[in-house]
Ligand binder design. Structure first.
Ligand code: CTP
Length: 409
């Protein structure tokens, strides 16, 4: 069965899979695997080891994946385009299929003298191997010891299967078929942790009218909130996204409600939050609005113009104050004393959880990457700098753990 044939199996959608191909005759099956992963909705990049390139050409993988193929560690041009560290960070998961006995040995040693091994060493994402080798090589104590080392380090192992081998022998060591490998790859990602729950996320800036053509706003791009909504939907939640004006596209299976001002956001949130189990407030809501927006465009007549501002409602606090309301997660953007300020906000706003990040000096706002400190009254998680997509998945996984421990089902 193809990954895409199963409607419940959505876990490859939008996932970035780095497929490593090492030197084994089973490399031809990796070409089929690229197609299966792409059919499942993944974005695939292929890294060929020197041995892998002896069996299948880079051109084949380039045509199938639609992305450039990477082969060299110390190639100035390739490193300039996307170096080994960037590839390691790009990947949501790394799957080495086929993983030859030699590659397995190199991975177990923690080598970094070829591109594929270096990427495996440099990634924080899950790594999986699909072994393929002669049955004697598989059974050899050295190989088995290497596999145990990798297993202890958390490297997932797909297969091998038993059967006829290219060398004419029969036994364990055949690489799994592409369909099985695609399904195993999908299984690397958490799914269903929020199944049956409804999540509401706020995202983006608000715009507070000055007159019919002007407004006060901020630099929020909405990327973090959209990534959280996507991660919540991927985890199986019914997801509502209350969004200020952004240029982002709505993630798959997310219901978006557009608003402009803080007051509109409050109305939209309070209208539907009663049905929600989790509320995540990632929006950069303007703290103030113009007291009396002009009905007509303001003409530039005076030398000085004073705008009087009044406080906006605090959407997050209002939700947190609802009796038996949703599990409430706030964000804190701070320029200093991150933990102390965040803890204070957690307590003052009576939140269940707060995700804090440093802003200013090119950090967080309108950036692709971010880092978060996630606090509850009893727990603390430091999520190191990575893409907002990955951070969002990590945050959703922490929220899922918390909500299941608070409300065991
Ligand atoms: N928030 C909100 N409504 C507002 C203001 C903020 O829902 N009117 C939410 C944000 O979405 C975020 C959190 O509250 O989750 C931020 O808390 P806040 O105390 O507003 O942080 P700062 O704006 O950084 O506040 P301060 O200026 O006091 O640091």
């Amino acid at each position: 069965m193809h990954a895409s044939d199963n409607p419940a199996n959505t876990s490859l959608i939008n996932k970035r899979i780095l497929l490593g191909v090492s030197g084994s005759i089973a490399a031809y099956k990796a070409a089929e695997l690229v197609r299966r992963l792409k059919e499942g909705g993944a974005d695939v990049r292929v890294v060929l080891s020197q041995g892998g390139a002896e069996f299948v050409t880079p051109l084949t993988f380039q045509a199938l994946s639609g992305n450039p193929v990477h082969t060299e560690l110390l190639d100035v041009e390739a490193e300039a385009a996307m170096g080994h560290i960037e590839l390691a960070r790009w990947a949501d998961a790394i799957v080495v299929a086929p993983a030859s006995a030699n590659f397995i040995s190199r991975l177990a040693q923690g080598r970094a003298d070829d591109l594929l091994s270096a990427i495996c060493l440099a990634t924080g994402s899950p790594v999986a191997i699909a072994p393929a080798m002669n049955q004697q090589m598989w059974a050899n104590a050295a190989t088995q010891k290497n596999l145990k080392t990798l297993n202890d380090r958390g490297v997932a192992q797909f297969g091998p299967a038993e059967g006829d081998q290219a060398c004419g022998e029969t036994g364990l060591g055949r690489m799994l078929e592409a369909d099985d490998l695609a399904q195993n790859t999908a299984g690397l990602f958490e799914t269903g942790s929020l199944a049956g729950l409804t999540v509401m996320v706020t995202a983006g800036p608000t715009q507070e009218a000055i007159d019919p053509v002007r407004y006060l706003s901020n630099r929020s791009s909405g990327k973090m909130g959209y990534a959280i909504a996507r991660a919540a939907a991927e985890a199986g939640a019914k997801t509502l996204l209350v969004s200020g004006p952004t240029s982002l596209t709505t993630p798959a299976r997310v219901q978006r409600i557009d608003i402009e001002s803080a007051q509109q956001m409050l109305d939209a949130v309070l209208g539907q939050v009663g049905d929600c189990n989790i509320f995540i407030s990632a929006a950069a809501v303007a703290d103030y609005r113009v007291a009396e927006p002009a009905a007509q465009k303001i003409k530039k007549q005076q030398e000085k113009l004073t705008l009087q501002l009044v406080r906006n409602p605090d959407v997050l606090s209002e939700v947190a104050a609802i009796k038996n309301g949703p599990f409430t997660v706030g964000f804190a953007a701070e320029t200093e004393n991150l933990e102390a300020h965040a803890r204070k906000k957690l307590q003052n706003k009576k939140l269940d959880m707060i995700a804090a990040n440093l802003v200013g000096e090119g950090k967080a706002f309108d950036q692709e990457d971010n880092e978060l400190l996630v606090l509850t009254n009893t727990e603390q998680h430091r999520l190191p700098k990575t893409s907002k997509e990955k951070l969002a998945r990590q945050l959703i996984s922490i929220v899922a753990d918390s909500i299941h421990s608070v409300r065991p089902d």
